[in-house]
Design a protein around this ligand. Structure first.
Ligand SMILES: [Zn+2]
Length: 291
């Protein structure tokens, strides 16, 4: 139940035009689902699902037959989250890569259990295991992608080949973060944080939380940040990831709860968070503390 908290929270608080989009904590959660559902199991059947009147293009770089030949009869060995992607490694050296985009998710059904009828119209791939259970890729917006590759060969998989540092890894150091900010010139700090080639896994929500914790306005040019602000932001990025992941374990984050139109700053209950939108990006921040 707690696992749904982050999703439910964001679905409940976003206005129509601002969709909840999977970020690092969500893909960590999908990785847990994948490992529970698929680890060590043999794929009996891979079924790309077609819906009348809806073109599902979930499989991006392989045909249905290529998918079947690659995965059927094989076992899943492990899953790895890379930024917002999930790589699932098979016993024969093939790899399935899931990109959840705006609304993709993984759903497990046990032996004899049917997929929730509310989700059925949005299911685009079923992996049926030899024990009768299934893992489903479900995507309301139909933008999610599944790629087939070998081992860790991501060279032809777009941004996955150029993924930046993972903020949960030991490689994410203050020194590296200083170099990232210093190399970003006048780009807005919000854009730097959400650039997957710089820092992998942050989206609109976690970047807002990190900037809120650090007291830095999202629209500040990276070059305007003082060394002290960069240092605060570095710690805040890690804290935002921890707080996002905690949402899946019963957490109830005040800022995330208030991060919507009309929401109040948890530290200034009389002040509404301000919202700005530009292109595909948007940000919420406290106009009092975030300078
Ligand atoms: Zn405030």
């Amino acid at each position: 139940v707690a696992a749904l908290a982050f999703d439910a929270l964001r679905l409940g608080t976003h206005s129509q035009e601002l969709l909840p989009v999977p970020e690092l904590p969500d893909v960590e959660h999908f990785k847990d689902i994948f490992e529970n559902a698929a680890f060590g199991k043999t794929v009996a059947k891979a079924v790309p699902i077609r819906h009348k009147g809806r073109l599902f293009r979930v499989l991006r770089n392989a045909t249905e037959n290529e998918l079947r030949r690659a995965v059927e009869g094989q076992r899943f060995l492990e899953g790895e989250r890379i930024g917002k992607f999930l790589a699932a490694y098979l016993s024969n050296g093939f790899t399935l890569v899931f990109h959840f985009m705006l609304s993709g998710r993984l759903v497990l059904t046990a032996y004899g259990q049917r997929l929730d009828p509310a989700l059925t119209p949005y299911a685009s791939l079923q992996l049926q295991f030899s024990d009768g259970s299934s893992l489903w890729f479900v995507d309301r917006r139909n933008l999610g992608k599944v790629f087939l590759t070998r081992n860790r060969d991501f060279a032809r998989l777009g941004v996955l080949a150029k993924m930046g540092v993972d903020p949960t890894s030991a490689a994410f150091t203050l020194e590296l973060f200083r170099r990232i900010v210093a190399g970003s010139g006048d780009r807005l700090v919000k854009q730097v944080l959400t650039d997957q080639r710089k820092v992998a896994g942050l989206g609109n929500v976690l970047s807002d939380l990190a900037l809120y914790i650090a007291g830095v306005r999202p629209t500040r040019p990276a070059s305007s940040l003082s060394p002290e602000e960069v240092s605060r932001l570095f710690g805040a990025v890690r804290e935002s990831v921890d707080r996002g992941i905690a949402q899946y374990h019963g957490g109830d984050d005040e800022f995330l709860r208030e991060r919507h139109k009309g929401g109040r700053c948890p530290r200034h209950p009389k002040v509404s968070l301000e919202a700005i939108v530009w292109g595909a990006s948007h940000a919420y921040y406290c106009p009092v503390e975030q300078e």
